[in-house]
Design a protein around this ligand. Structure first.
Ligand code: DAH
Length: 338
């Protein structure tokens, strides 16, 4: 019996040693240690032995059981380690591999110009105001001193939804809306936004484009303050070496009115000027309609075309490039505004 027991032990230990994976090991465990396993069955043989041999045989069976359990445990640990290594190996991350390249978009050049102008004026204490693109005739024209039969309306034909509602032709109506909102309080705002004109599209015209309006109303605002603001804007946008030239002009909502040109160096080295925006001191009628007493308050205003700035700044030959969503064009402006 004792011999048979040690044979079982030898056999079990050999099988355990040879087991290739955890499943095989479990089969061995069942074969020897389960209730009907070979080692357990030996325990059942106790009763067939003479009384005096039972304790020592029982002890041997127990020792065998413990030896098999120990071998199983050790082998299990080994196999688990091997398996863990395999997993670690197969899931290893190669940190030297180049990462995925995701396409990175960029801010549209027109929005870069707007953000750039906002940056400057917010720093000077201006608020950014907005108004609706679908506008009343009243705000778009009448509040801007363009009565129903005013001839200057002809230059700003638009898209009408009904007789009194149109796609705004400029951002100037935001002046009127803000004045009424501020109820006679001093104000300084800029308002960027889309505007519309009935125009045939070509390299320099678009039926839809963008403007940034500026308006300051306070006591003792004079023409020098306007010139200062314009010069700051031009230098901020185009560089500190630039200067501006003001030419008398006409807008119904400002008096006096000016057209603003910015200097540039021509190919032959001489100085040239390009028109960039319109501006002026707010017309007393506009102040009155907006709820400000022109005897106490003065103001200045300006309106600048966003596309025009971008065209000059980045040397663009066709305004329609801005609206085509062609990534070959847009991709050239990555990081330009930073
Ligand atoms: N609203 C004018 C336009 O679209 C631009 C303009 C000129 C705005 C003079 C102003 C200004 O505020 O003072 O042509």
């Amino acid at each position: 019996m004792i011999e048979y027991l040690s044979e079982i032990k030898e056999k079990a230990l050999l099988e355990i040693k040879a087991a290739e994976d955890l499943q095989a090991l479990d089969v061995i465990r069942v074969q020897y240690l389960s209730k009907k396993g070979e080692v357990s069955l030996m325990m059942g043989k106790l009763k067939d032995l003479p009384q005096d041999q039972r304790p020592s045989f029982g002890q041997k069976v127990n020792e065998t059981k413990i030896a098999v359990e120990k071998a199983l445990f050790e082998k299990k640990t080994d196999l688990e380690n091997i398996e863990l290594l395999k997993v670690l190996e197969s899931e290893k991350i190669d940190v030297t591999l180049p990462g995925y390249q995701f396409y990175q978009g960029s801010i549209h050049p027109l929005n870069q110009v707007i953000e750039d102008v906002e940056d400057l004026f917010v720093g000077l204490g201006y608020e950014v105001a907005e108004g609706p693109e679908l506008e009343n005739d009243y705000y778009n024209f009448e509040m801007m001193n363009l009565a129903k039969d005013h001839p200057a309306r002809a230059m700003q034909d638009s898209f009408y939804v009904d007789e009194n509602t149109l796609l705004r032709t400029h951002t100037s109506p935001v002046q009127a809306r803000t004045m009424l909102e501020k109820k006679g309080e001093p104000l300084r705002i800029i308002c960027p936004g889309k505007v519309y004109r009935r125009d045939d599209d070509d390299p320099t015209h678009s039926h839809q484009f963008m403007q940034i309006e500026g308006l300051v109303i306070d006591k003792h605002v004079n023409f020098a303050n306007l010139k200062d603001a314009l010069l700051k804007m031009v230098k901020h946008l185009f560089g500190h070496e630039r200067i501006i030239r003001l030419r008398p002009s006409y807008f119904p909502f400002t008096e006096p009115s000016v057209e603003v040109d910015v200097s540039y160096v021509k190919k032959d080295g001489s100085i040239g000027y390009i028109e960039v925006l319109g501006a002026g001191q707010v017309h007393p009628n506009v102040l009155k309609m907006g709820g400000y007493d022109p005897e106490i308050f003065q103001g200045f205003a300006f309106g600048i075309g966003v596309e025009r700035i971008a065209i000059l700044k980045y040397n663009i030959d066709d305004i329609r490039h801005f609206y085509m969503n062609d990534l070959r064009f847009l991709g050239q402006f990555k990081g330009v505004g930073k």
